[in-house]
Write a protein that binds this ligand. Structure first.
Ligand code: G6P
Length: 607
């Protein structure tokens, strides 16, 4: 979703801002712009389309001493050059970039119009520029502090003023802002990706805080002028992780990276001697863990699917009632917080508004909430009572792949920990840990089918609708496979329990609506095979993801992709890979923008 980058320092600003925006592209956006301070005034350049379209109209030689940049994902007002950020006041001396939504912008706009302010866009953001103009009497920090008192809604904003050439002022309420610290230069951005090539020293801003940034330093204060001191943190992600390397797309790179990312998520967390899991960040004693009577996993999108998979595992192995809930729904359902329930909020970005607001609602009601996040220092990671970082490394492609399997790793280790405290024997625990350690090998085998899946995508590129069908723990995997296909190829796809098709979806079956079945050799195999036959009997095409050597399935299916045989609960790790690859190659077949699919955003920071 929208991205912010700001720079003040001793280098020409425009090039740095454009590079920062390029690194925010992955979030999803429809227009972009920069505002650069020059000796003769603020220069605003903005454009709908991609960063390359913006670059084409920015002077090639980098210029300006400070500046702000933005990638916009339209909420208020259409996708036009005028509505792109930055937005300026009437004098053209004040410029603002904003992530989030100003809910009372209409009332504010009416008041400002009555005072004679002239608006150039349809956005909620522009009111901020005019409000600052109205209030400013020479101190920009003070003017921003007064301005935010009028704003209702969520925002991360950065403001600059021509009269203060070495100053940027940011404010945060609900949308992240991070400061990047370097020698004689400072960065501010909505995520670290924008500045990782310049600095790894970062300071996280909290809600209700204002930051004044000059090339030599920064000052944080709250909305009531109280000064705040905050340590500088080091980001441990490597710059190379933000590059595609030899891969054509970030998504393909991230799919193939899974054999390493799952390992990173396990490192130091599986105790072979005790045949159990160890998760240091839970901040819970063993007796507190033992008191847990229910686990509820709250998330959105792909993270929700990881939660669903884990709910099967927790119930089966740890014998704890478990469920997964959509964060967006839970929040407004006035949830009942059971005594001794443990909530996990799962979020790759750690910034998803639906998940964050559900977390706050749960905490307000007194629930114990732990986080499972990828982005270190993200809002959800900081607001939870404890939790686990999945360490999958930066995920750049909008469609989540490696974060999914790494979220599973964290939840599987938690399950092992709980199961071993309950009924699971040492031998069963050892076996489970051994299987977890074998994940890189078995995932590698699944990845080796990439060329076959590419051919499959060529064969099925005619289809405009797919059913993804699985049972048990692989049912949510089918849902995730359908989500991947929708997201990046724009082909309609739905994930169902294979058992459910007879209750409705089977009406959709015809020659041009293929069904993709997940057929592990588990206790539900026979039932899934019967469902495959039902589809075949109605002239439906069947693609099966089945186990190596399964001749029966090979005979029924029109096409088969095999995965290695693994134990029942490990199948989600191998079943998801062909589905991720299938979505990828279908998108390539159809000429889609794989890493930045239309209308989607990597981190959805609005409701
Ligand atoms: C967006 C992304 C999805 C992602 C979901 C949850 O919709 O496009 O890929 O699964 O948000 O994101 P999170 O960062 O909370 O895991």
């Amino acid at each position: 979703m929208c991205g912010i980058v700001g720079y003040c320092g001793n280098k020409p600003a425009s090039g740095i801002l454009l590079e920062g925006l390029r690194r925010l592209e992955y979030r999803g956006y429809d227009s972009a712009g920069i505002c650069v301070g020059t000796d003769t005034g603020l220069k605003v350049i903005k454009k709908t389309g991609k960063i390359r379209d913006l670059k084409a109209i920015v002077p090639e030689e980098s210029f300006g001493h400070n500046g702000i940049g933005h990638t916009r994902w339209a909420t208020h007002g259409g996708v036009t050059d005028e509505n792109a950020h930055p937005h300026t006041d009437c004098s053209g001396k004040i410029s603002v970039v904003h992530n989030g939504i100003i809910e009372n912008y209409n009332q504010l706009k009416d008041k400002l119009l009555a005072k004679g302010h002239v608006f150039k866009s349809e956005t909620d953001t522009e009111v901020i520029a005019h409000l600052v103009e109205d209030i400013y009497t020479g101190n920009l920090t003070q003017a921003v502090r007064e301005t935010v008192k009028h704003l209702k809604g969520t925002y991360g904003i950065v403001v600059m003023h021509y009269d203060n050439p070495n100053l940027l002022v940011g404010a945060r309420n609900g949308s992240p802002l991070i400061l990047g610290v370097s020698d004689n230069e400072m960065f501010v951005a909505s995520d670290v990706n924008a500045m990782i090539s310049y600095t790894k020293q970062v300071v996280y801003l909290e809600d209700g805080e204002i930051i004044s940034i000059t090339p030599d330093g920064f000052e944080i204060s709250d909305f009531h002028e109280k000064n705040i001191s905050r340590p500088i943190n080091e980001v441990d992600w490597e710059f190379e992780s933000f590059e595609k390397g030899n891969f054509e797309h970030f998504m393909l790179k991230e799919i193939f990276e899974q054999k390493e990312s799952v390992m990173r998520g396990m490192a130091g967390r599986l105790n072979i001697n005790l045949a159990t899991g160890h998760l240091g960040g839970l901040n819970m004693t063993n007796s507190e863990l033992l008191n847990i009577e229910r686990v509820i996993i709250v998330a959105a999108g792909t993270s929700f699917h990881a939660g669903l998979v884990a709910s099967y595992l927790l119930e089966s192995l740890a014998r704890i009632p478990a469920s997964a809930e959509l964060a967006s729904e839970l929040r407004y359902r006035n949830p009942i917080i059971q005594k001794n329930a443990l909530y996990f909020v799962v979020s790759q970005s750690g910034e998803t508004a639906d998940t964050l607001f559900a977390l706050r609602e749960l905490k307000r009601k007194g629930a114990k909430v732990l986080g499972i996040c990828n982005v270190v220092g993200s809002t959800i990671a900081r607001e939870t009572d404890g939790g686990v970082y999945i360490h999958s490394g930066p995920e750049i492609a909008v469609a989540s792949t490696k974060a999914f399997t790494s979220q599973l790793v964290a939840l599987y280790i938690f399950t092992l920990l709980m199961a071993r405290m309950k009924d699971m024997s040492f031998e069963a625990g050892s076996e489970f840990a051994k299987q977890m350690f074998s994940l890189p090998d078995i995932m590698d085998k699944a990845l080796s089918k990439a060329d076959e899946i590419k051919k499959l995508a060529k064969k099925y590129n005619f289809a405009r609708s797919f059913l993804f069908l699985g049972r048990g723990i692989n049912y949510p995997v089918a849902m995730e496979g359908a989500l991947k296909l929708k997201e990046i190829s724009y082909i309609h796809a739905e994930g169902f329990s294979a058992a459910e098709i007879k209750h409705g979806p089977i009406a959709l079956i015809n020659e041009v609506t293929p069904s993709l079945f997940l057929v592990p050799d588990d206790r539900l195999r026979e039932k899934v095979i019967s469902n495959m036959k039902e589809v075949k009997a109605r002239k439906g095409k069947v693609i099966a993801i089945a186990v190596e050597g399964d001749k029966e399935v090979a005979q029924i299916a029109d096409d088969i992709i095999t995965v290695p045989h693994v134990s029942e609960f490990i199948y989600p790790f191998v079943m998801i890979i062909p589905l991720q690859l299938f979505a990828y190659y279908m998108a390539i077949e159809l000429g889609r923008d794989v890493d930045q699919p239309r209308n989607l955003a990597k981190s959805v920071t609005v409701e």
